[in-house]
Design a binder for this molecule. Structure first.
Ligand SMILES: Nc1nc2c(c(=O)[nH]1)N(C=O)[C@@H](CNc1ccc(C(=O)N[C@@H](CCC(=O)O)C(=O)O)cc1)CN2
Ligand SMILES: Nc1ncnc2c1ncn2[C@@H]1O[C@H](COP(=O)(O)OP(=O)(O)OP(=O)(O)O)[C@@H](O)[C@H]1O
Length: 175
């Protein structure tokens, strides 16, 4: 799965990649409202870059932040990024904590029904459980290359399905 996607991404020209990212961003924007506070992610090499989705919002997007290697993820407003406990870039400790209204969620694979396979840390499921209990569950939009879409995934009781899945070619879950 990972190597197939790396090949797919590597085989695109810069122009084709920019067009794909822009169409994915267009699809994401169908289900974000202009004043929504957006939570996004710093992409790793084999994830789709959410950057073109962020630039269309009024406020800069917030990013996941970890104090240490415990799975307690929160979101902080983006400033200059520093290396976090997992080696991923994250906002500095003194950046403002944000509770995003909309989360763009990274994934390895997903189904049209919103089932999601992540990196296996359970960070998003735990975060969404907390926000759901607080009555402030954000809208969730998975962002994926078309080749990350699969017919079915094993689900676990704690999995929180995505509200929407956006790929460069379409938006799944739209009413
Ligand atoms: N771009 C991006 N940012 C993200 C995520 C993501 O999937 N993609 N996350 C999504 O949650 C959070 C970070 N998730 C992480 C998930 C796993 C590991 C990690 O190092 N895992 C170990 C093995 C863990 C285990 O199974 O015990 C490893 O891969 O070696 C690090 C960060 C927040 N930010
Ligand atoms: N709401 C939760 N409460 C407690 N533990 C949880 C919860 N959600 C997930 N976990 C734990 O996290 C582990 C990883 O879950 P899962 O494989 O669904 O992660 P993932 O969705 O792929 O990861 P991520 O969200 O970090 O990308 C599971 O073994 C599970 O025990």
């Amino acid at each position: 799965m990972r190597s197939e996607r790396r090949r797919h991404v590597a085989s695109m020209s810069d122009d084709a990649r920019a067009k794909a990212l822009s169409s994915a961003a267009h699809n994401v924007m169908q289900v974000i409202w202009p004043e929504a506070r957006l939570g996004s992610y710093a992409p790793t090499t084999y994830e789709i870059d959410p950057g073109p989705c962020e630039v269309r919002q009024h406020e800069p997007a917030a990013l996941p932040w970890f104090a240490d290697r415990t799975p307690n993820m929160i979101f902080r407003a983006c400033g200059p990024l520093v290396a976090g406990p997992w080696g991923l870039p994250q906002p500095d400790d003194d950046c403002e904590e944000i509770e995003p209204d909309v989360l763009i969620v990274p994934l390895l694979a997903a189904t049209a029904a919103g089932d999601r396979l992540g990196q296996g840390g359970g960070h998003y499921d735990r975060y969404l459980e907390r926000r759901t209990k607080a009555g402030t569950r954000p809208r969730t939009i998975g962002l994926a290359w078309d080749c990350q879409l699969v017919d079915s995934l094993p689900t676990e009781p704690w999995d929180v399905p995505l509200d929407f899945l956006a790929t460069p070619s379409r938006l799944y879950g739209a009413p």
